[in-house]
Design a protein around this ligand. Sequence first.
Ligand SMILES: [Zn+2]
Length: 355
Amino acid sequence: MEVEERQQAWKKKFYLELPKVELHAHLNGSMSSKTMRKLIAKKPDLKINDQMTVIDKGKKRTLVECFQMFQLIHQLTTSPEDILMVTKDVIKEFADDGVKYLELRSTPRRENATGMTKRTYVESILEGIKQAKEENLDIDVRYLIAIDRRGGPLVAKETVKLAKEFFLSSEETVLGLDLSGDPTAGQAKDFLEPLLEAKKAGLKLALHLSEIPCQKKETQMFLDLLPDRIGHGTFFKSSEEGSLDLVDFVRQHRIPLEFCLTSNIKSQTVPSYDQHHFGYWYSIAHPSVICTDDKGVFATSLSQEYQLAAETFNLTQSQVWDLSYESINYIFASDSTRSELRKKWNHLKPKVLHF
Ligand SMILES: [Zn+2]
């Protein structure tokens, strides 16, 4: 027993010390219970408790229930001060988990009650990133402005305008756009034009695609934009007729995929870890990145996600190392940041792999 415990502790240490890149993390869903409790204490009238916003080990929810949880969390983050605090806490937690480069994503939100505007929302996140930098945390943080599908085409256009502005003024902190939210809301054609406009302006695109089955047509429309990364892609490889075309397209263009194992299991879009589509894409050496999605809601960490992927698909330590090292290729920041990160990884390699 003692040997096993020691082995478990050693493994945990390896995944924690492994330098990591996190490319798919929604700010509000990444909030820990600790931060949640601080917000709840500020808003006791809401009668929300921290158990309502987290899915514990072994528990599951439907995707619809997950989106309801996010709405609950949004009721807790209503002022620029809330957003600043959440941003700082989330960055600190990722840094403590050995994440060296983080791209946070979040939809700018207006709240009439507090006077928060979409602009002050974005500014609060940028301020949080700036303060983390001033504290010399060992993590490089960037921001992808998110378009929530529920907002429809007009809001999407507004968001792109805001993103273009901050892309120019934020000194390489705002790097791109995310498309997310309830996958049944809206249609692809509502978002193609604004996304194309963003792409032309130099913003990178990370799109949630094929999170639910039977979306082949809309997925192909989004793929034709040649997004820079894809979130989930759970049903590319479904039995739906002709869906192999999607797989071929993504393979041909080598569009990197962001995989969030626990998120997909707990929201029940994938039946079990061993059936997760990461297994397929990894086996054909397709650009693959392990991510958390919403570490708070799904009660996970990036270290834990790496361990799960490794143990489910029998990866060796050196394969785990490569998986993390290659993720650097798929970040949205510039080549000079990539070189910096590679240097950092190479420096840490002997220590982490115990050569
Ligand atoms: Zn996501």
